[in-house]
Design a protein around this ligand. Structure first.
Ligand SMILES: [Zn+2]
Length: 481
């Protein structure tokens, strides 16, 4: 990044709420893998004569989220129509609430930034709206319309233009994902489109207060995409400014395969949406609905992820990263707490097992902690066996995945441990000594460092399953005879 210009980034994040039904009708909101146009009704289609009914659960989830991020919740707000025509929205307008939104301000606090320190991203506002359908562009120039997604409730969270780098944007989104999952308001799976992001990017000279001309980059659907697209867009604008050219205020799309942003439309094409209050929907007067009251929101609010994270750090001497990994997955958190409350606070075997091999295998193999066959008691037993020298690190590494998926049990692991610690070691040690005459002579001449080499040879011969401590002792006793 240049030292002459600094980027200024603002994000608009769409968070799909995991309510049972859609925003304004009784259709199921879990339409992900259904046949196209099978989870629809006249309201979804916007048929004349139909009337929308507000989903109370969606409003409640929006307000719970608003309270969690410290936003100022409005007592009275209303839905409005954003008028535009596009084939994925048959009624010709989207119902939204951005003019008089349910909540203003607030912030997303990020526990660990690029330099490890905390930072926070100020929010402009949150509003609740319905999603449009999907267009599938097929062969032969035909496009297909699927309205299953039509009417899905979304929170749109708009940040202030305060994000300084693409990495900060990515870290903020990760924190947001943890938070909405923890609150139970969204599944927030970016790959499945539960969380989608548009970014506004502008550059200004370092020291300048005024914002430069902004470019909107649309539809960033993974953490990686957000970081790559923003990095590319910043370099593109920098190059133009270096050449003395002007930045065009426009909307650009991200081509993930080519790794570039491409112009979609400029300011001249921008539409007038003719916003108007929706006459079919009554305004939301929060104070007359018990569920929406401050008292009830407070009562329903779980302990927030950052509070849990700080507690885990102090209770078990975890790093910020380790604590955040726990907060991101309740099943993993329960496993970690289950193990670490029963071993000593500084037990490194337990920590490296949990945050090293276990987490790595889960991520690599796409497993779920809720499906694991290993309990916290099993893990405590593995830690004990390792600390007592009855099994090796290598043996754990080799067998952990099978233990996690239930292919073998702790009893099998113990048997493997017995074999590796008892049966073969004598034979292996003798073999190594016979094959390494030179090293043996060196040792006898006083060069005790070669013992390490001999242990290495024996470990290699045992394919890593022998207990190095026992190998070491046996080699020494032979050599010192
Ligand atoms: Zn419907």
């Amino acid at each position: 990044m240049s030292i002459k210009y600094e980027p200024v980034i603002g994000l608009e994040v769409h968070i799909q709420l995991n309510t049972k039904t859609k925003m304004f009708c009784g259709c199921s909101n879990l339409a992900n893998d259904n046949e196209p146009n099978s989870v629809v009704c006249p309201v979804c289609f916007g048929m004349p004569g139909t009337l929308p009914v507000t989903n109370k659960q969606a409003v409640f989830k929006t307000l719970l989220f608003a309270r969690a991020v410290g936003a100022k919740i409005s007592d009275n707000w209303n839905f409005e129509r954003k008028n535009y025509f596009y084939p994925d929205l048959p009624k010709g307008y989207q119902i939204t609430s951005s003019t008089n939104p349910p909540a203003l301000g607030g912030e997303i606090r990020v526990a660990a930034g690029q330099d490890g320190g905390q930072f926070s991203v100020a929010l402009h506002h949150l509003h609740l709206e319905e999603d449009a359908g999907k267009l599938l562009h097929g062969k032969g120039g035909y496009s297909f319309v699927d309205l299953n997604r039509c009417g899905t409730p979304l929170i749109e969270m708009v940040t202030e233009p305060v994000i300084k780098t693409p990495t900060e944007a990515k870290l903020m989104l990760k924190e947001l994902q943890i938070l909405v999952r923890h609150l139970g308001v969204s599944d927030a799976d970016m790959e499945k489109g539960h969380m989608r992001c548009d970014a506004n990017v502008s550059l200004r000279s370092v020291g300048e207060m005024k914002l430069g001309k902004k470019v909107e980059v649309k539809n960033l659907n993974s953490f990686r995409m957000v970081e790559r697209a923003l990095n590319h867009e910043i370099s593109r604008q920098e190059l133009l400014l270096e050449k003395g050219e002007e930045i065009v205020q426009e909307t650009r799309g991200w081509d993930d395969a080519k790794g570039v942003t491409l112009s979609q439309r400029n300011k001249e094409d921008s539409q007038d949406y003719r916003y108007m209050p929706d006459p079919d929907l009554p305004p939301i007067c929060r104070l007359i609905v018990e569920e929406f009251s401050d008292e009830n929101l407070k009562k329903q609010m779980p302990e927030l992820p950052q509070v849990i994270s700080s507690r885990l750090q102090s209770d078990f001497s975890l790093t910020v990263t380790q604590a955040n990994q726990c907060v991101g997955d309740i099943n993993f958190q329960e496993l970690v707490v289950g193990v670490l409350t029963k071993v000593t606070k500084d037990n490194e075997t337990a920590k490296s097992l949990l945050f090293g091999d276990l987490l790595r295998i889960v991520n690599e193999k796409g497993l779920l902690f809720s499906d694991l066959k290993l309990t916290s008691d099993d893990l405590i037993e593995i830690v004990k066996l390792k600390d007592d020298g009855k099994i090796t690190q290598q043996l754990i590494k080799t067998n952990l995945e099978s233990l996690m998926t239930g292919k073998i049990t702790i009893i099998d692991l113990k048997k493997h441990g017995e074999i590796s610690t008892a049966v073969d070691i004598d034979a292996i040690v003798k073999e190594v000594l016979l094959q390494s005459i030179k090293a043996v002579e060196q040792y006898k001449a006083g060069d005790v460092k070669v013992l390490g080499f001999l242990v290495g040879q024996a470990m290699a011969k045992s394919k890593g399953v022998a207990n190095p401590q026992i190998v070491n002792e046996k080699l020494k006793s032979h050599l010192d005879q």
